[in-house]
Design a protein around this ligand. Sequence first.
Ligand code: NDP
Length: 330
Amino acid sequence: MDDFKAIVIDRDDQKKQSVAVKHLTEADLMEGDVTVKVSHSTVNYKDGLAITGKSPVVRRWPMVPGIDMAGEVIASDNAEFKVGDAVILNGWGVGETHMGAFSEVARVKSDWLIHKPEGLTPAQCMGIGTAGYTAMLCVMALEKAGVTPDKGPVLVTGAAGGVGSVAISLLSKLGFHVIASTGRMSEGDYLKGLGAAELIDRNELSEAGRPLGKERWAGAVDSVGSQTLANVLAQTQYGGAVSACGLAQGFDLPSTVMPFILRGVSLLGIDSVMAAKEKRVEAWQRLASDLDTAKLDSLTKTIGFDDIIKSAEDIIAGNIRGRVIIDING
Ligand code: NDP
């Protein structure tokens, strides 16, 4: 095989990070039993952290970032995946400890792959990406905790972001009254188009609040953490539940036990990276059936390979709305 293009993160003896587009060969790739010709990827918040070096996401150098990929199998030593199969991959440390998706070719472990769900194109799968698949895991956890549309409204924080946008689309399609919390009230039409019934300014939730407040929602999908999550819990109604998946405001949680011991509120931890394969397959099947693809198209934009680094900087600066699809050959 000829050499191929990849984004490579490296660091020097002083641990100073550099990012560049390089040409690699198969010999540069890491161990794995399936080789994938990557057609599409996406820019997640974590990719932004890796490329900007803002957080220690990368733990092996050199590293090809990119935690999500869609593509076609071009070589396989595993019976489940045959040459020509359409596959997707989310997480598992790819783009952190194992060379990732921002490359024309990737070699990965078959355990990490799933077949592309029927009904979604590779580009749509990456429009969903880890952010959307995590939103689905959050919704599934709320359902399991008994949060149904008849119980009351649900809140989505970080609403205009990737997790938030997909969560709003899913929850509204499932019949929930969705309250969207955003710092970008100018995106009101966008959020209502996705299915938000009400908008609140994120400043309402981002400052220190009381241990218990007025009961406002039956459940929430929170991708923000910190003081916001503390206030979300304090305003969750009796018996409600909150799926916590993110830290856009911060990784701290300055809360009290009051929502848990006086209102029986449940805090549901959501991890997408190491989630079991059965859960992933279920989440992707639900995404294929429950996500309105017209709404998905409205929350995505497509960029080419050369725009990846800029887009990674933009997501950290909070300048990305919804989701970004990367056409690796574009
Ligand atoms: P995005 O950057 O697309 O969205 C994050 C959103 O959070 C922003 O759009 C903004 O929404 C809001 N936000 C940003 N900064 C602040 C702040 N200081 N205070 C309050 N709100 C803020 O990221 P993603 O949606 O892709 O990811 C969201 C979070 O979820 C990240 O922390 C990410 O690391 C985490 N995550 C975790 C996963 C897991 O497995 N647990 C998987 C995927 C993501 P708005 O403009 O509407 O206010």
